[in-house]
Design a protein around this ligand. Structure first.
Ligand SMILES: C[S@@+](CC[C@H](N)C(=O)[O-])C[C@H]1O[C@@H](n2cnc3c(N)ncnc32)[C@H](O)[C@@H]1O
Length: 324
């Protein structure tokens, strides 16, 4: 077959992505890493059909994720990258009952997003991503963990590549569990920080900031960034926040920052349209938008904010500093 045709077939195939996700959801990489087993031995344990499991395992062998072992299968070193303890965020991203793995299944309804410009997530689940997280604690925990894990490698770069010491007080708006705010404050002992996030996540942030011994220099508020924000800070950080929202909602968040401190800086950290795949993820999961520099300038201008500088803080993220 024409290699281009083959390539297109491979690119458009749903089988392998779903096989990997089902393998992770069933816990196969972990289960078969230490104790090889046959499909017949595993099926009752996992409450699945033995013949179907055999087909799945055979495809995992084709992918190099599992290998035959006697009459059964075991996880290869490549497949072990999918294990819970592999420390690479993959398991949490692919598990169908984690926040991201579950949300990715909404890609089946990508056509809805393309037709309407809205998220496909509610088509599949009946309500939006954030409402699901509020109602299902394990999804909220998985999402917070996903955010903290992806931030881990970035933290030293973000702290190093931007001069945070200019600010006496920083509000981290939608700051997650606070690992970035903690590192910024550790590196800048004169600074104080205030983190705002939804209550369940704010609870985790209090614990993290407490572990860093920063309780006396930080405040944590459980609440919405669509409501008034802590007033009078020198800077308001929106790290990977605006891309989760459409323009109308992004305007409401920016308005809250400006209202809280008309002379404060607004620091927007985003990927500036560098990954087309990521753009589609924002659309399908959240009805969000990945924007370019000019889109941010236009959004901010409506609030009297002017772009003062652009700093690449990590390979995939730029910090846009806005001032009034
Ligand atoms: C993509 S995460 C980014 C988290 C953090 N800034 C980071 O970069 O790791 C978006 C964050 O916004 C929070 N969030 C979502 N809706 C919110 C709301 N209405 N008010 C406050 N926080 C919200 C989420 O809980 C989550 O922590």
């Amino acid at each position: 077959m024409d290699t281009d045709v083959q390539r297109l077939r491979q690119m458009s195939g749903l089988v392998t992505p779903m096989a990997l996700r089902v393998a992770v959801t069933l816990g196969l990489p972990d289960r078969l890493r230490d104790r090889p087993a046959t499909a017949h031995e595993l099926a009752p344990e996992l409450e699945v059909d033995p013949l179907a499991l055999d087909l799945l395992l055979d495809h995992l062998v084709t992918l190099g994720v599992a290998e035959p072992m006697g009459a059964g299968y075991r996880t290869t070193p490549f497949g072990a990258l999918l294990c819970v303890d592999a420390d690479n965020n993959l398991n949490n991203l692919l598990h169908q009952d984690s926040a991201a793995g579950r949300a990715d299944l909404a890609f089946i309804d990508l056509i809805h997003s393309v037709r309407t410009g809205g998220p496909a997530y509610p088509v599949r689940y009946g309500q939006d991503f954030w409402t699901d997280l509020a109602e299902q604690r394990h999804l909220r925990d998985a999402f917070d963990r996903q955010m903290t894990d992806r931030m881990r490698d970035w933290v030293p770069q973000v702290v190093r590549n931007y001069d945070w010491s200019r600010f006496g007080t920083l509000v981290d708006v939608g700051g997650g569990h606070g690992s970035l705010l903690a590192a910024i404050l550790e590196a800048n002992p004169a600074m104080r920080g205030h983190l705002v996030d939804l209550e369940d996540t704010a609870e985790g942030a209090r614990a993290v900031l407490g572990l860093y011994g920063l309780g006396d220099r930080t405040e944590v508020t459980g609440g919405s960034f669509f409501d008034p924000l802590p007033a009078g800070a020198d800077a308001y950080l929106l790290f990977d926040i605006l891309h989760d929202w459409d323009d109308e909602q992004a305007h409401r968040i920016l308005a809250r920052c400006v209202e809280a401190a008309p002379d404060g800086r607004v620091l927007v950290v985003e990927s500036l349209g560098e990954s087309t795949e990521f753009d589609l993820v924002m659309l399908v999961h959240f009805g969000g938008r990945d924007r370019g520099l000019h889109d941010f300038e236009r959004l901010a201008a409506a609030h009297g904010l002017k772009l003062a500088s652009v700093t690449q803080v990590t390979p995939g993220r730029s910090l846009l500093e806005f001032t009034r």
